[in-house]
Design a protein around this ligand. Structure first.
Ligand SMILES: C[S@@+](CC[C@H](N)C(=O)[O-])C[C@H]1O[C@@H](n2cnc3c(N)ncnc32)[C@H](O)[C@@H]1O
Length: 456
């Protein structure tokens, strides 16, 4: 019996994530193309690979119980095969015999000595329902309620706590289960139609998003992207709202100078460029990593605006050196962050991030925010954005900057701006100076947006 090509691709992606620190969402499309998978097999490989990575924590707990030994006593390639099998058995409609048999054949190819073990463990997994496994895992996990919730929801404990704190900040701590479940679901492919005078809009191309006036979904999204010459791109709806919050915070005066300070890979730069073109503003972009700066140049290729893309450390930004004497009128700081708001999209990220990353990133965010405030002209607007709802990266970073620049910056009514941009009312909580979007409530990544004005 042959292993199906989709399962081989899914396995190879798991292996590369484990051994080469690969990013599944970057590697999967390459492997699919290299293996020339049919659209159906590509969809299956993606679902198996991403789904397995997201749910890995829970599956490991199940496998340990079914195997009667901790997973660190199972060879890594065999464990990946078991995780892939557990995913098929517990979270997909793949028939039991296919899930077990394909896994055994895969084991014969990758780790022949372990084929019998894989067969036995997966047969044990298949004899108990997913709900009962959740009960077993919760019962068996030591360390209190958070540890149990972390194991069953397949999130590290520190992330469960950070997400709970983020929700509690808005008085919505009771939505934690819904948020954890949303993190484990495959996100829809969402598109943006870059605005332009003669460009087709979202309603011409597909089903418009509920919130972003530029966003839509379509039946064949990737074909639309390919045919669009850069005008249609894959982009989360929350990211679109974040970029528009800056460009539409107030009317644009022709000749305004705009800067995208941390631009790579350029998703938001493309929106800023299209909006700048429409209102005769001048846009610069900056990205410290040269390969990512190159992605920014590609991202804006569909917009007929000359945008200079710099490759500077944003912390050392000098507006005058970029020709913006007196400072920029608008700056987007889409800051490097833990990405805890985009866990559904980056399937392995939750297992790679560490609590220590937060301290390092908040320091960097604070320094970038200082540079952005310094580079803003009085009266200019700054959007501080993260794709993380971790309160240290959102309110913590913001509070620090407001204290350091007291008397020089004030917060704007971000909620009013985002509400005015949005096609339909957003169900937002918390104070109006900041906007926090959520996967379970808005169907977007958990983007945080705060608009600031330089007052002196
Ligand atoms: C959240 S991403 C930006 C995403 C982008 N706005 C988009 O929508 O596609 C943050 C970016 O900041 C870059 N970065 C990190 N440190 C930086 C620094 N000191 N100066 C400039 N860019 C930096 C990272 O390489 C990364 O590409």
């Amino acid at each position: 019996m042959r292993v199906s090509p989709a399962r081989i691709v899914a396995y190879e992606v798991l292996e590369a994530v484990r051994t080469d620190e690969a990013y599944a969402n970057l590697l999967m499309p390459n492997r699919i193309e290299r293996s020339r998978l049919s659209p159906e097999d590509a969809a299956l490989a993606t679902e198996l690979g991403y789904g397995t990575l997201r749910m890995q924590g829970f599956y490991d707990a199940v496998i340990a119980l079914a195997a009667g030994r901790p997973t660190d006593r199972i060879d890594a390639p065999v464990l990946d095969i078991l995780r892939l099998g557990a995913h098929q058995l517990l979270s997909t409609r793949v028939p039991t015999h296919a899930a077990v048999n394909e896994s055994v054949v895969l084991a014969k190819r990758i780790a022949p000595g372990a084929a019998g073990f894989v067969n036995a463990v997966l047969r044990t997994v298949s004899r108990t329902s997913p709900d009962e496994w959740r009960e077993h895992v919760a019962r068996d996990t030591a360390g209190g309620a958070d540890a149990k919730l972390a194991a069953v929801s397949s999130h590290p404990k520190w992330i469960v706590r950070a997400l709970r704190a983020g929700l509690a900040h808005e008085g919505r701590g009771d939505e934690l289960d819904a948020l954890l479940a949303a993190d484990n679901a495959a996100p829809r492919v969402n598109l943006v139609a870059l605005p332009g005078s003669d460009a087709p809009g979202p309603g011409d191309l597909g089903r418009p998003n509920a919130y972003s006036p530029l966003g839509f979904t379509a039946d064949h999204p990737l074909a639309l992207v390919e045919q669009s010459q850069g005008r249609v791109r894959v982009q989360d709806e929350g990211s679109q709202l974040a970029a528009l919050a800056l460009t539409r915070a107030r009317p644009v005066a022709p000749g305004e100078r705009w800067l995208d300070l941390c631009a790579g890979p350029g998703g938001k730069t493309a929106i800023l460029a299209a909006e700048a073109l429409a209102s005769a503003a001048v846009l610069d972009a900056n990205e410290i990593v040269p390969a990512r700066a190159e992605l920014v140049r590609k991202a804006i290729a569909g917009v007929a605006l000359a945008v200079e893309v710099h490759e500077l450390d944003g912390r050392e930004l000098d507006a005058a050196a970029l020709g913006a004497e007196g400072g920029f009128d608008r700056i987007l700081l889409d800051a490097p962050c833990t990405g805890l708001g985009a866990l559904r999209r980056r399937p392995e990220a939750r297992w790679r991030k560490q609590p220590a990353d937060v301290a390092e990133l908040t320091k960097l965010q604070g320094e970038l925010l200082d540079a952005a405030i310094r580079s803003l002209r009085p009266g200019g607007v700054l959007a501080y954005v993260t794709c993380s709802p971790h309160s240290a990266e959102t309110f913590g970073t913001l509070r620090g900057a407001l204290e350091r620049h007291a008397g020089k910056v004030s917060q704007l009514d971000t909620r009013a701006v985002v509400d005015a941009v949005s096609r339909h009312p957003l169900d937002l909580a918390g104070t109006p100076e900041t906007v926090q979007l959520w996967p379970h409530r808005h169907g977007t990544d958990a983007m945080f947006i705060a608009l600031l004005e330089r007052t002196a």
